[in-house]
Design a binder for this molecule. Sequence first.
Ligand code: NAD
Length: 332
Amino acid sequence: MRVAATRLGSLVQRRGFASTPRRLDNYAFIGLGQMGYQMARNLQSKLKPTDKVSIFDVNTSAMEGLSAEMKAASSGAAVELAASAHDASKGADTVVTCLPEPQHVRGVYESILTDSLPKKDRIFIDCSTIDPTTSRQVAKSVSEAGQGTFVDAPMSGGVVGATAGTLTFMLGADSSVVPRVEPTLFLMGRKVLHCGDQGAGLSAKLANNYLLALNNIATAEAMNLGIRCGLDPKTLANVLNVSTGKCWPSEINNPVKGVIETAPASRDYRGGFGISLMRKDLRLALVAAESAQAKTELGTLAFNMYDKAAQREDCKDRDFSVVYRYLGGKEE
Ligand code: NAD
């Protein structure tokens, strides 16, 4: 039974587990990094012992570590270590990929879609954050090879959400395949937002992260402005958060130490959403904007800022709210 389905124009949001569509038995999971490792673990643990998950990553220690963890749990689907992405996909009905950048997605699918891959009506679910143009090209190559359907399902929720199985997926797929895709996504996350045809999930994800990138810088600048004018940081944040400036960076991820105790700023910007990931997402948003001929004047300025901050010793590898430090914001 579906729980709490809400319709917002063409956007369909569903929570809970979809049970009506048939469960596909053989899965492949390719890309076992920070996100993929946890997602594959959740997927395998929630499948039946009669199901099988074949895993692959170029990093063999990630593969072996995950396989050992899955086998130690002694429940869920059978696990198989594959020798390549192609090998993992051979017997799979559903293939999930979670890779870093567009070139990795292109390369992995080229290696899978060779003539030696047995013909099958597979579902390929790509959870990587890449640009919609590359994603559409890969979808076309899957369909031209007669190997089934490729959908984009980029996610939000970070490593915490991947570990807890509470991710939100932004799905780009023809409506007719949504019932075949959702059951797999609900094993790794809590919400599936169907955004439109293939590629639409990525367009939504990149538009959201574009806005987040700008809101984050604007919040850092506004906080720095008010503090340097003599305001107490918490007083200023309290004003913003009941006024029209309120946004996620001001309210939840405030960039000034001590304003929100649980925010990365209060632990030297450790953890959270890495500045290099934000730089990458913003670059992809600018690529998408260029191909859609959407004007993004602030985006280029913001990208240069993340680019420079990500290289500075006291900012790199930190949460993206560290732009406050990059701006010379007062920290004590
Ligand atoms: P990651 O770099 O930790 O993991 C990527 C994995 O892909 C690595 O284990 C790598 O060895 C593997 N890989 C690379 N090339 C491969 C190939 N040819 N064949 C097989 N495996 C290959 O990245 P991540 O943090 O897990 O993110 C994955 C995707 O999810 C990215 O597109 C990222 O932007 C997106 N994302 C990440 C987060 C986050 O918080 N980390 C949140 C939302 C979305």
